[in-house]
Design a protein around this ligand. Structure first.
Ligand code: NAD
Length: 260
């Protein structure tokens, strides 16, 4: 894997999976712009060294997206890779009780934020005649996830958006894929565990782990490796794909032979 001379923009890069992608991209020789609505992104970028830039932006706001594109071009001159990673989990509630404002917020960030990233970075890549994009979906992008309707709908939509846009730009030398992580040990998953049972998030964690074929959560670095592969020329033949990185969660059904 070689990102020498390449520039990536990673949204939601202050922490979790996005931060791990930024670390990996730098390790393989590239330069990175990490974007986050959390001002901690500036300090996070400083900790990553001279080839990293932190930009505070809300990906659901068109003006903020245009500003991060401009910052990347001003500082590094081009954008070879885009990772539309920032996302939120919303609330845990059935549709019959789901808060409308939270619904709007989840769709605005997870879906519209991904669209806006594509809307404002693809023209740069089209002008360059090359580029690679990874959008962040989830196992909730392919499975119904009761009590997480906004999140699940947004992540299904990210797969549809990925397939569609990949066909629009394939002849212009641009690949667009998405990754569907299973449970990954980040602050988002901790928040979900706590919402499910505020009195016993550790109990939720143990029960969930037991339902995963590998018996454990993924690390951010493990998910980042799949993102980095898809960004890289090693995946030159791959576009429009949704890559499961879920430790078998969606592929291995509960069977009598797996009961311990
Ligand atoms: N952790 C998991 O188990 C898991 C599983 C499947 C998919 N994912 C997806 O992976 C991505 C990263 O998740 P994570 O677990 O690292 O989450 P995280 O909550 O640890 O980090 C997400 C980052 O995105 C930022 N962010 C949120 N809304 C933003 C906005 N409007 N503008 C800019 N930045 C914003 C947050 O400030 C945070 O730094 C998300 O899209 C998530 O849905 C995570």
């Amino acid at each position: 894997m070689d990102f020498n001379g390449k520039v990536a923009v990673v949204t939601g890069g202050a922490t979790g999976i996005g931060y791990a992608v930024a670390q990996g991209f730098l390790k393989h020789g590239g330069k990175v712009v990490i974007v986050d609505r959390d001002p901690a992104v500036v300090e996070a970028a400083a900790g990553l060294g001279a080839h990293a830039l932190g930009v505070v932006a809300d990906i659901s706001k068109s003006g903020d997206v245009q500003a991060y594109v401009k910052a990347a071009l001003d500082v590094f001159g081009k954008i070879d890779c885009l990772v539309n990673n920032a996302g939120i989990e919303g609330k845990i509630a059935p549709v019959a009780e789901y808060d409308e404002a939270v619904w709007d917020q989840v769709i605005a960030i997870n879906l519209k934020g991904t669209f806006l990233g594509l809307r404002h970075v693809l023209p740069v890549m089209i002008a360059q005649g090359s580029g690679s994009v990874v959008n962040m979906s989830s196992t909730a992008g392919v499975l119904g996830t009761p009590r997480m309707a906004a999140y699940t709908s947004s992540k299904h939509a990210v797969i549809g958006l990925t397939k569609t846009v990949s066909g629009e730009v394939a002849r212009q030398g641009i690949r667009v894929n998405c990754v569907c992580p299973g449970p990954t040990d980040t602050k988002m998953l901790r928040s979900i565990e706590t919402m499910i049972n505020p009195n016993d998030p550790d109990g939720v964690r143990e029960a969930y782990k037991a339902a995963i074929p590998t018996g454990r959560y993924a690390t951010s670095a493990e998910i980042a490796n799949v993102v980095l592969f898809l960004l890289s020329d090693l995946a030159a033949a791959v576009t429009g794909a949704h890559y499961m990185a879920d430790m078998g969660r969606t592929q291995v059904g509960a069977a009598v032979t797996t009961v311990k």
